[in-house]
Unconditional design. Structure first.
Length: 710
C-alpha cells in the first residue's frame, strides 16, 4: 500500500468503506506526537509528511495529540449536546496520560479533523469511545516514558509519569515535561507490548466528581451554537411551510413581497424560502408568500391512532420466546390481561434544529445542530453530488438532542438555500417548525397477558409491541413460558417519527412494569416482594434492593400519597426507580414528591456528571409520564408550542436521589438514557397506590385519573 494512500474504515451501518487521504488529513493537525488507536492495533506517528512503510489499514475512531506547548488535543467524532462527554472523555484521557484535565482540549465532531463516527446516540459514547481513548492515552504515556528514558540514559522501569512530566522514581528533581519531549522530534514507533490500563485503586481523576468543563463557557454565553455563527454577507432564511405534514406544493403567489426591499424568493421542488440580511424582515416577508398545497388524507387522530395501529399492522416478528404459552396458562391460577397505550412525544429541545453554512468555491462548510456530523456530511455530499472531502461539518455545541438531531432536514434545506442564493445562510427552525418536522417518538400499543400461580410465581408472559421496538424488553424476570413479539410497518404514522431518548424503552417499560404491578395487586402481594420473588437477574435484584433501602419502602405513607416501583435495562445499565406521589382525588392532579434512582452502570467515570444526567433523565421522564401529549388530525399537528405542550416545570420537579452500585473496576456502561425509561411505570404504579386509579395510557393526566376512579 502506498504511504500516502488511505486508511479504510468499515462500519456495520455503511455499505462502502470510508477512505481518507491520511497524509493530507494529518497535515492539518500541525506538529506534536499523535497517537491513533485502532481496534486491531495501536500506532504512533509524528512528523507528518514523511514516507514510512509502517502505514497500515486501521479501523480507528479516536486519537490524541500531545502538542509542543504541553496541551493535549483529543479528537473524537462524538459531539457534546449537554450529556457531559466533553468532560468524562477528557477525564479518561487525563487519567491514563497523567496530565491535568485542565490541559485537555476536546475536538469533537469536526469532519475534517476527527475520525469517522456513526453518531452520538444510544448511550454508546462512554461504553465504546472511553476504552478507545484510554488505550490511546496509555500508549502515549508509555511512548513518552521511552523517549525520556533515552534522553536520561536510564531504564524505562526507573521512570514514572505524573502531571504532564516524567521523572526518576528515586530522584524526582530530575524531570522533563511532555512539552519539552515533543519539541523537534520526528518519531515513528509502535509499541511491541500494549500498556496496561489503570485499575480503580490507582485512579486520580476517574471516579472523582468534575464540574462540566464547558460550564463556564455556557453560562457566560461564550459557547458557540449553530445559531450563534455570524458570517460576512450572511442572510437569514425563512421557509414557507404547509399546515399539514407531507403536503406537496401546487402553486406559489409571491406578489406580497413587493412591499419588502432586498428580499429574495427561492424555490426548489417543494422548498419555498425567503432570505434577507435582517432576520425579522425575512420572517415577515415569508408570511406574505401564499402557497397552494396538496394535502394528504388523514389516517388517524390522537384518539384513534392506537386502534389504527392494531388494525393496520398484521405482520409480526418474535423477539424472544421460551416454553409453551398453553403450558403457562394451565400452570396459572390468575391471568391478567391489559392493553397499554403511549402517545407521540416531541423531543422539545431548547435549541431548535439549525444550520449555518456557505459554499467556498466547490466546498461546503457548515455548522449544524446535529448528533451525526459524519452522517450529515454524507447526506449533503449525496444530495449535491459532491465528494465527501468537499463537505466540512465544523465542531459546534448542541442545545439538546435526545435523538431528534440524528435527522438533519434543516442542514439539507440550509445548503440548498445557500446554493440557490450564492450567499452564506443561517436557517433556524421556529418552534412551530420544530414540532412539525422534528420526528416524534412513535405512538405505541402494548398488549400484555400475564399468568401467576398460587405461590405468586409468574408462569406466563405474552408481550405484543406495536411500534415501540424491542430495546430493553429481554426478560429479566423468571417466567418459564413467555413470548415477546414486535409489530411494525414502515410509513404507518401520519408524520415523521424516529429515535427519542432510549427509543421505545420508555413505552415498553411503562407497560411491563405497570403490568407487573397490576399482577402483584391481583394476587394480593406487595409489589416489591412480588418482584424480588420473580426476578432472575442478580444485578437487577441488587439494584432493586439498593433502591428500596435508599427510599425506605416500608415507611408509612401519608394520606393521598403512594409509592411506585419500576425496573428496566438500557445501554448495559440496570435501573430501579421508586417514586412517591401525592394525588388530589377531587381534581386528579399529581404532584411527584420524591424519586430514588438506583443504577448498576459499572464504572462511574464522573459521579457529578452521572448524577446530572440521571436527574435530567428523570425530569424529562416526568414530562412524558404526566404532561406531554401531541394533539393531531392526520398530518395536521395541533400541538406546536410550549403553550400547549407542557414539559416538567420547576414547581413539579421532585426531590431526586441517585445511588449507584460500586463497580469501579468494571467496564463503564451507558448513563445518558437508562434513568428515563422507568419513570412512566413508577409514576403509574405510585398513582394507583395513592388513589386506586390504574391509568394504562400515558401521559397520566388528571382527566384520565378521574375517569379511572369512576
Amino acid at each position: 500500500m502506498e504511504s500516502d494512500k488511505i486508511t479504510q474504515l468499515y462500519f456495520s451501518d455503511v455499505n462502502e468503506p470510508i477512505t481518507y487521504d491520511r497524509r493530507a488529513f494529518l497535515k492539518k493537525l500541525g506538529k506534536g506526537i499523535i497517537v491513533i488507536f485502532s481496534l486491531s492495533e495501536l500506532s504512533l506517528l509524528q512528523g507528518w509528511g514523511q514516507n514510512t512503510t509502517q502505514e497500515k489499514q486501521l479501523d480507528f475512531n479516536a486519537y490524541l495529540r500531545v502538542k509542543e506547548d504541553g496541551r493535549v488535543d483529543c479528537y473524537t467524532g462524538k459531539i457534546e449536546m449537554g450529556q457531559g462527554i466533553i468532560t468524562s472523555l477528557a477525564q479518561a484521557l487525563a487519567e491514563e496520560l497523567e496530565v491535568p484535565i485542565t490541559s485537555v482540549d476536546m475536538i469533537m465532531g469536526d469532519t475534517d479533523l476527527c475520525p469517522y463516527d456513526a453518531g452520538t446516540w444510544g448511550s454508546l459514547t462512554t461504553r465504546f469511545a472511553d476504552p478507545v481513548i484510554r488505550a490511546a492515552a496509555a500508549e502515549a504515556r508509555e511512548i513518552l516514558i521511552s523517549i525520556a528514558a533515552e534522553k536520561f540514559g536510564v531504564a524505562i522501569e526507573k521512570l514514572e509519569a505524573a502531571d504532564g512530566s516524567i521523572f526518576l522514581k528515586d530522584n524526582t528533581t530530575k524531570a522533563i515535561t511532555y512539552a519539552k519531549l515533543t519539541k523537534g522530534k520526528k518519531i515513528v514507533k509502535t509499541l511491541t507490548k500494549k500498556p496496561e490500563i489503570k485499575k480503580s485503586k490507582d485512579f486520580k481523576i476517574v471516579g472523582k466528581s468534575v464540574i462540566s468543563t464547558d460550564a463556564v463557557a455556557k453560562v457566560t454565553g461564550k459557547a458557540q451554537y449553530s445559531g450563534d455563527i455570524k458570517l460576512p454577507g450572511m442572510v437569514y432564511a425563512t421557509i414557507v411551510r404547509p399546515q399539514v405534514y407531507g403536503s406537496k406544493k401546487l402553486q406559489v403567489n409571491s406578489s406580497g413581497l413587493t412591499q419588502f426591499e432586498g428580499v429574495e424568493l427561492l424555490e426548489e421542488g417543494d422548498l419555498v424560502a425567503v432570505v434577507h440580511s435582517d432576520l425579522e424582515i425575512a420572517y415577515k416577508a415569508a408570511q406574505k408568500v401564499k402557497v397552494t398545497w396538496e394535502e394528504p388524507m388523514s389516517k388517524a387522530d390522537n384518539e384513534t391512532i392506537f386502534q389504527y395501529l392494531e388494525e393496520n399492522i398484521t405482520e409480526s416478528k418474535v423477539f424472544e420466546t421460551e416454553g409453551s404459552l398453553d403450558d403457562g396458562r394451565t400452570a396459572s391460577e390468575t391471568l391478567v390481561k391489559v392493553n397499554y397505550q403511549d402517545g407521540y412525544k416531541a423531543h422539545a429541545p431548547i435549541e431548535t434544529h439549525s444550520a449555518t453554512c456557505y459554499f467556498d468555491g466547490d466546498k461546503l462548510i457548515m455548522w449544524a445542530s446535529t448528533q451525526t456530523p459524519f452522517g450529515t456530511r454524507d447526506e449533503l455530499a449525496k444530495t449535491f453530488n459532491m465528494p465527501l472531502e468537499k463537505v466540512h461539518m465544523k465542531q459546534i455545541f448542541l442545545g439538546g438532542g435526545f435523538g431528534g438531531k440524528i435527522y438533519n432536514q434543516q442542514a439539507i434545506e440550509a445548503a440548498k438555500i445557500a446554493k440557490l442564493c450564492g450567499k452564506p445562510v443561517q436557517l433556524v427552525w421556529s418552534r412551530r417548525e420544530e414540532f412539525m418536522y422534528d420526528r416524534f417518538r412513535p405512538a405505541a400499543l402494548i398488549k400484555t397477558v400475564s399468568g401467576v400461580d398460587s405461590n405468586g410465581k409468574l408462569k406466563l408472559w405474552e408481550f405484543d409491541i406495536y411500534c415501540a421496538g424491542t430495546r430493553g424488553t429481554k426478560l429479566f424476570y423468571d417466567i418459564p413460558n413467555n413470548r415477546t413479539r414486535m409489530f411494525n410497518e414502515d410509513d404507518i404514522h401520519p408524520f415523521g417519527t424516529g429515535a427519542w431518548r432510549a427509543p421505545g424503552n420508555n413505552s415498553t417499560t411503562f407497560a411491563r412494569e405497570s403490568h407487573i404491578d397490576a399482577t402483584a395487586h391481583a394476587v394480593g402481594i406487595d409489589p416489591l416482594e412480588f418482584r424480588l420473588n420473580n426476578l432472575k437477574d442478580e444485578n437487577m435484584i441488587a439494584t432493586l434492593k439498593l433502591a428500596a433501602e435508599t427510599f425506605g419502602w416500608d415507611k408509612v405513607k401519608a394520606e393521598g400519597h403512594g409509592y411506585g416501583i419500576a425496573l428496566g435495562e438500557d445501554a448495559g445499565t440496570s435501573v430501579a426507580i421508586i417514586a412517591e406521589v401525592y394525588v388530589d382525588k377531587t381534581t386528579g392532579e399529581v404532584q411527584t414528591i420524591r424519586v430514588v434512582c438506583a443504577q448498576d452502570m459499572g464504572q462511574v467515570v464522573n459521579p457529578h456528571g452521572t448524577k446530572v444526567q440521571t436527574e435530567g433523565g428523570i425530569t424529562m421522564g416526568l414530562g412524558y409520564a404526566l404532561y406531554e401529549d401531541i394533539e393531531f388530525n392526520g398530518g395536521r399537528v395541533k400541538t406546536w408550542s410550549f403553550n400547549n405542550y407542557e414539559i416538567t416545570r420547576f414547581s413539579k420537579t421532585p426531590k431526586i436521589e441517585c445511588v449507584f452500585i460500586d463497580k469501579m473496576d468494571s467496564k463503564p456502561q451507558g448513563g445518558g438514557e437508562p434513568a428515563i425509561i422507568c419513570i412512566g411505570g413508577a409514576i403509574a404504579n405510585a398513582v394507583f397506590d395513592a388513589c386506586g386509579a390504574r391509568v394504562n395510557r400515558m401521559p397520566i393526566t388528571p382527566s384520565r385519573i378521574l375517569e379511572a376512579l369512576q
